[in-house]
Design a binder for this molecule. Structure first.
Ligand code: CP
Ligand code: NVA
Length: 318
């Protein structure tokens, strides 16, 4: 797990760890370096020194919600970087029996070099980061999903080149993934449009912060109008893992991404979905399996983007 007993005290004397909590917290130049490194991992052109730089390092992942992509992409990514992974499900650890997050953060920081958490309230993520002496990565909260959106931006650029100046349209619930997209808009210089039913719009403070940082963010209730001329159309599930409603189909069916909605976007528009998808609810089979869909590349890019994020967290990328 550690190369020597000296690893831990060094981490504690290096100053504050580099956390990856939200896109809004990281400066644009750093995010750009991560996306560029992700592309290099994808194409096998990463600098030699960054191919397996995490030999002897361990990542612990805490899951309070289910996961397929996040879990496997972090595990394989860490292995490819030369390191190891420990996976902790909330109910199988003492966290599930009431050990506090600050105590768990201090203990885990003595064993591992980096932490990733998928949780409910963002406060849990921030508390873990406040008490950990090693970097903490946000693997999804009720409010944001920054690793997903880094992979999505890498995917857009893989297919269409620089995202700056492009129009990205979201149709559906203004959820955690949508909110990370909004945070990315001022960092990468694209226009973000969101069509959401009344009551399911993204948080007003997240929209206001992105606008104050210079981004064009448009929020409305008309998917046809907002998708018009877009370079990319994105949606997500009607019910996220933290949602307690049982049915939102009446509210969200008008926001379904189908052939008619895709026809409003540019002919070259991409379709993205973070997955898992509920086929023929938020997106039709025809779009999901159609020529504009890049959802499998998007899933693959989780691996490449998170490798770049972990390398940055460990201080190996400026
Ligand atoms: N997109 C995503 O985060 O998928 P998982 O829930 O499978 O990790
Ligand atoms: N919005 C979804 C994303 C899943 C990866 C959720 O939170 O369940």
């Amino acid at each position: 797990m550690m190369t020597s007993m000296s690893t831990r005290p060094v981490a504690e004397t290096l100053g504050p760890p580099r956390h990856f909590l939200d896109i809004a917290d990281v400066d644009a130049a750093t995010l750009r370096r991560m996306i560029d490194l992700a592309a290099q991992y994808r194409t096998g052109t990463a600098p030699e020194a960054l191919r397996s730089p995490l030999v002897g390092k361990t990542l612990a992942m805490i899951f309070e919600k289910p996961s397929t992509r996040t879990r496997v992409s972090f595990q394989v990514g860490m292995q490819e970087l030369g390191g190891h992974v420990v996976v902790l499900s909330h109910q199988d650890t003492q966290l599930g029996r009431g050990e506090t997050i600050p105590d768990a953060a201090r203990v885990l920081s003595r064993f591992v070099d980096m932490l990733m958490i998928r949780t409910f309230a963002p406060e849990t993520l921030h508390e873990l980061a406040d008490y950990a002496s090693v970097p903490v990565i946000n693997g999804l909260t009720d409010e944001t999903h920054p690793c997903q959106v880094m992979a999505d931006i890498a995917t857009f650029e893989q297919h269409r080149g620089p995202i700056a100046g492009k129009v990205i349209a979201w149709s559906g619930d203004g959820n955690n993934v949508a909110q990370s997209w909004i945070e990315a808009a001022p960092k990468f210089g694209f226009e973000m449009r969101l069509a959401c039913p009344e009551g399911l719009e993204p948080r007003a403070d997240i929209v206001a912060r992105a606008r104050a940082a210079g981004a064009a963010v448009v929020v409305g209730n008309d998917p046809q109008a907002l998708v018009e001329g877009a370079d990319c159309v994105i949606t997500d599930t009607w019910l996220s893992m933290h949602d307690t409603d049982t049915d939102r189909s009446n509210m969200l069916l008008p926001y379904q991404v189908n052939r008619a909605l895709m026809a409003r976007a540019k002919p070259s528009a991409l379709f993205m979905h973070c997955l898992p998808a509920h086929r023929n609810e938020e997106v039709t089979d025809e779009v999901m399996d159609g020529p504009q869909s890049v959802v499998w590349d998007e899933a693959e890019n989780r691996l490449h983007a998170q490798k770049a994020i972990m390398v940055w967290c460990m201080g190996l990328l400026p």
